[in-house]
Design a protein around this ligand. Structure first.
Ligand code: ADE
Length: 245
């Protein structure tokens, strides 16, 4: 899968994504992450890419021309127009399901904004998806783009090792992951739950599923309405609710 990241800060994106699992996947050629410096496409002799907003207001806007030319350079070179994601707090919130969906694409363009935003006309021309990573405002789109590239890449077959991808995941089935423990069996007086030491796989499986359900109710009750719970699990929630209240 190929990512093309249009940005004013290519170094930030490159350095953030060349380590750990995504760095490994890049080296192995499973994903390709290419940054395109929007400033290289400025038609201005001082390489300026921003200007004042018409109508007044605080801050500067990224101008349409360099953004469009950077996008066009990519789409002409690869001979296609892949989905182009503008990362912006004005987008719909990026979630695991979207990461899975986008991982099916062969190519993706991500556009990172800066200053007070980007001239609307170029967005209308090139953007297919408006996505945010959450309801807060960052100083630029780069961190958000990196978050998305990471979450999308790990859904691309071959990026995670068998061991890494075999792990139960938070959000699978709209439940959070169960708690996990490693050696030693006792640490600062806290013992690893007995069932995990029992070697009884069915009981372990059941305990983990229960913990997922309870943890989701505790930390992200909003997810539960879309989780597929058995009757016993619904009962478990009712019981623990009565106990707590
Ligand atoms: N740019 C600035 N803030 C952002 C956010 N929350 N998500 C995506 N892009 C952004």
């Amino acid at each position: 899968m190929n990512f093309y990241i249009l940005t004013l800060f290519p170094q930030m994106v490159e350095e953030g994504l060349n380590t750990s699992i995504i760095g490994r996947a890049s080296k192995e050629g499973i994903v390709r992450i290419e940054t395109v410096n929007i400033r290289d496409y400025s038609a201005n002799k001082h390489h300026k890419v921003d200007d004042y907003p018409y109508g007044g207001g605080a801050g500067m806007l990224m101008q349409a021309q360099p953004v469009y030319d950077a996008w066009q350079a990519v789409t002409k070179r690869i001979g296609k127009k892949p989905r182009c994601i503008y990362v912006t707090p004005q987008g719909s919130v990026f979630q695991q399901q979207k990461a899975k969906e986008l991982a099916q694409e062969e190519d993706l363009i991500l556009l990172c904004g800066h200053y007070e935003g980007i001239d609307e006309r170029v967005l209308e021309e090139i953007v297919t998806d408006y996505l945010s990573i959450g309801d807060y405002v960052l100083t630029g789109g780069e961190l958000a783009a990196m978050v998305m590239v990471d979450a999308i890449s790990r859904m691309v077959p071959g990026v995670l090792s068998n061991e890494e991808s075999g792990m139960a995941e938070s959000f699978e089935g709209n439940l959070l992951e169960y708690p996990q423990y490693s050696r030693p069996e006792e640490w600062r007086g806290k013992k690893v739950p007995q069932v995990l030491l029992s070697g009884h796989h069915k009981n372990i499986e059941e305990w983990r599923r229960q913990q997922s359900v309870l943890r989701t109710r505790e930390r992200r009750p909003d997810l539960l309405k879309n989780a597929n719970l058995t009757r016993e699990e619904q009962e478990l929630l009712r019981e623990s609710f009565t106990k707590k209240n």
